[in-house]
Design a protein. Sequence first.
Length: 307
Amino acid sequence: MSDQAFDRNALATRLGTIVGAEHVIRDEPLSEHTTFEVGGPAALFVMPGNADELSTVLEACREAAAPHFVLGCGSDLLVADKGYPGVIVSLTERLTHMEAHDNVLVCEAGVSLKNAAAKACELGLGGLEFACGIPGSVGGACFMNAGAYDGCIADVLQAVDVLLADGSLATIGVDDLALGYRKSRIADEGMVVISAAFGLTPTDRPQIQAKMDDLTRRREEKQPLELPSAGSTFKRPEGYFAGKLISDAGLKGWRSGGAAVSEKHAGFVVNVGGASAADVHAVIEHVQDEVERQFGVRLQPEVRFLG
Ligand SMILES: Cc1cc2nc3c(=O)[nH]c(=O)nc-3n(C[C@H](O)[C@H](O)[C@H](O)COP(=O)(O)OP(=O)(O)OC[C@H]3O[C@@H](n4cnc5c(N)ncnc54)[C@H](O)[C@@H]3O)c2cc1C
């Protein structure tokens, strides 16, 4: 890539000494690491395997003045077609350890919510059922206080181990994280979640499984899970539902290139085949403009833009 502001070869070598050369990739297509299946290559893609490696990788990026971005499951991201001219620090390949003690489930940041919920169920611990169908990672979920149906991360999180923006380690209790609707201090202050401890409640396994099955069924009925997307594209505007506004504006099925407003759930922009990031942007902007023109409400994207 031509617009890199750092010495890619030197940094690739340095990162290889930290995580092993096999865990550093050049020009990795980010369309393979996002649920939208959209996005060009990352100049470097690195997969740390533990907290020390993660911390040293981030330090090396800072020292090299290389832009860097911590990636979870890529389920809330729209990556530009030209890709990301920096270092993607991907946690879901190797930072995936879980352990439980005294009704507390501790998950490394790269654990998927699906696996965390399944593990809690296997252990007879209730509280994470709401998360079973959210296709994100523990780190990404803490970052934005992910939630669904009757639960959210703030309800079950006890504490997170994080790296602060200056690289120092800290354990922060849930009450000090300022978790709100899709927001947190983690996001505001550029912290990186290493692991999260969830305080759960002993519950009969069949009861947990039945709740997860019910939530999965409700999700499958309402959401276009058969097509790539980043979930709800827009935040819920105060006093309205984004999906209803979009549907009432007559925008279901509105399409630009390979991206379209879902016919099944108007709150989702979906990749109907070969969408570019430019296509998705065009749909988002059209929806924003048209909903504002008809109802005077400017929808704000929930999905985050990278590159
Ligand atoms: C079909 C579908 C359904 C969805 N349903 C829901 C839902 O019901 N409720 C809901 O809340 N969301 C939902 N989402 C959105 C998404 O799954 C969540 O927001 C999820 O929490 C994002 O996690 P992620 O690991 O994919 O984050 P990514 O998309 O990888 O990253 C999102 C942000 O989190 C940051 N981040 C990731 N890991 C860390 C870390 N370890 N430390 C610090 N920052 C980090 C990234 O830097 C980025 O800024 C849905 C998405 C899809 C595709």
